[in-house]
Structure formats: structure tokens, C-alpha cells
Design a protein around this ligand. Structure first.
Ligand code: T5A
Length: 208
């Protein structure tokens, strides 16, 4: 694999969509396809500083609720760190990068869910410019089903405790963005895991 053919692939979806197992599947596929393991990242997070921001974003501070604008800006601060210090250097040295969430999450959650699309677009342009994934697999799930799956794992975090309508708006934004952008592929994540994985592999074989 030549240096400049390294790609940035991202898995997206609402809570409980099955991103964790999809990441393992895609990581193994990339390793077989390129002969090298990809660098795996998660957002928010993925650098020491960005992981601290992740904790701030996921937890509730008693008496000092995180306002929507601060949530958005914190997430972009974490992403700017990750892109500058981890993702771009990896791609530059020829290593593929596999992301568990990236900018599309902000468009969906902060833009669609919180109604801050104008802020999201402004900060996205200012921090990322035209940098974007080569391919995004969006695992589409009914929010109620995804949240039931997520709840089975234990206590829900600050964002997971939002009302269902928040996730409905986020999902609608994911689907609208996928319609506009050829590099975003929608996978039906409401199926059995085996079916979801079959669809992911078929799509990877076709796209790569
Ligand atoms: N956020 C993040 C923003 O608001 N804006 C942003 O820009 C970014 C980057 C991150 C939080 O931050 C928000 C979104 C999030 O709320 P997170 O922990 O990284 O938090 O993300 P989550 O979506 O919360 O991660 P989850 O672990 O909940 O989702 P997954 O990874 O999609 O779910 P997964 O794979 O663990 O599956 C959940 C359960 O369902 C089962 C699994 O076995 C597991 O038990 N499952 C299935 N069961 C039946 N059939 C299937 N097909 C199944 N697939 C999975």
C-alpha cells in the first residue's frame, strides 16, 4: 500500500447502533486488506487532552449544567486536538485511520439534536476546513431500540439521558446528510448483528 493511499474511515450511529462491534469488524477487514492494522480513534477523545474533554462532556456537573454551546465547542476542541495530533500525522505516514464517530456526530447531535447547526457549521469550517473522512458507515437505528440496547449495558450517561425527540432529530440529520454526500453509506442496524456485519463487509468490498 503506498503512503498516499491511506484512508480515513468512520463508523457513525446513535447510541446502541452497534458501533463497537462494527469497529472490530472493519479493523480486521482493513488489516487483511492493507496488511497493516489501522489506527483506531474514538470521539470525543483519542488524545490525553481530548479524553479529559470526553469526561467533561459525558458527565453531569451538579449545579453547573453544561450549556449546549459549551458542549459543542468542547467537542470541537477535542476533535481539533485529535485531527492535528493523531489523525493527520497517521495518514501522512501512510497508516489507515478508523474512527468511532467524527464530525458527522456533531452535525447530527449538536446541529440536529440541539438545533445549533449554524454554530456547528461555522466551527467545523474553522477547525477542520475541508478535511473529512474518505468513507463513513452510518449504522441507522430507531432511537428507541438503540437506547434500549444501550440501557442493557448499564447506567445511561448525560447525553444518553436526553429525551427521545432529541435522538429523532439527530437521526433525521444523519439521514439527510447521507442523502447529500456519496461518501456516507447507510447500513440498517436494526437487523440481527450477523446481517448488519454481512452488509458492512459487502459494502466495504464494493467501496474499497
Ligand atoms: N457525541 C459525540 C456528540 O454529541 N457529538 C459528537 O460530535 C460526538 C463525537 C459519545 C457520546 O457523545 C456524543 C454521542 C454520545 O452520546 P460514546 O460512548 O462514544 O459516547 O458513544 P455511544 O453511541 O454512546 O456508544 P455506544 O456504546 O452506546 O454505542 P454503540 O457502540 O453503537 O453500541 P454497542 O456496539 O456497544 O451496542 C450496544 C449494545 O447493543 C448490542 C451490543 O451487544 C451491546 O450490548 N447490539 C445488538 N443487539 C442486537 N442486535 C444488534 N444488531 C446489535 N448491535 C449491537
Amino acid at each position: 500500500m503506498s503512503q498516499n493511499s491511506a484512508r480515513f474511515i468512520v463508523i457513525e450511529g446513535l447510541e446502541g447502533a452497534g458501533k463497537s462491534s462494527a469497529v472490530s469488524l472493519v479493523r480486521d477487514f482493513i488489516e487483511k486488506y492493507t496488511g497493516h492494522a489501522p489506527l483506531c480513534t474514538r470521539e470525543p477523545g483519542g488524545t490525553p487532552l481530548a479524553e479529559k474533554i470526553r469526561t467533561l462532556v459525558k458527565t453531569t456537573e451538579p449545579g453547573d449544567p453544561l450549556c449546549d454551546e459549551a458542549e459543542c465547542l468542547l467537542i470541537y476542541a477535542a476533535r481539533a486536538q485529535l485531527v492535528a495530533n493523531v489523525i493527520k500525522p497517521a495518514l501522512a505516514r501512510g497508516q489507515w485511520v478508523l474512527g468511532d464517530r467524527h464530525n458527522l456526530s456533531s452535525l447530527a447531535y449538536q446541529g440536529g439534536g440541539r438545533g445549533l447547526m449554524s454554530l456547528v457549521e461555522t466551527v467545523s469550517r474553522a477547525t477542520l476546513g475541508d478535511f473529512k473522512p474518505d468513507l463513513t458507515l452510518y449504522l441507522d437505528i430507531e432511537p428507541a431500540l438503540g437506547l434500549r440496547r444501550a440501557a442493557r449495558r448499564g447506567e445511561l450517561d448525560r447525553i444518553e439521558q436526553q429525551e427521545l425527540a432529541f435522538f429523532e432529530r439527530a437521526r433525521a440529520t444523519y439521514l439527510a446528510k447521507a442523502q447529500e454526500d456519496d461518501s456516507i453509506v447507510v447500513i440498517d442496524a436494526g437487523q440481527d448483528m450477523a446481517e448488519v456485519h454481512k452488509d458492512i463487509l459487502a459494502m466495504l468490498q464494493q467501496r474499497l
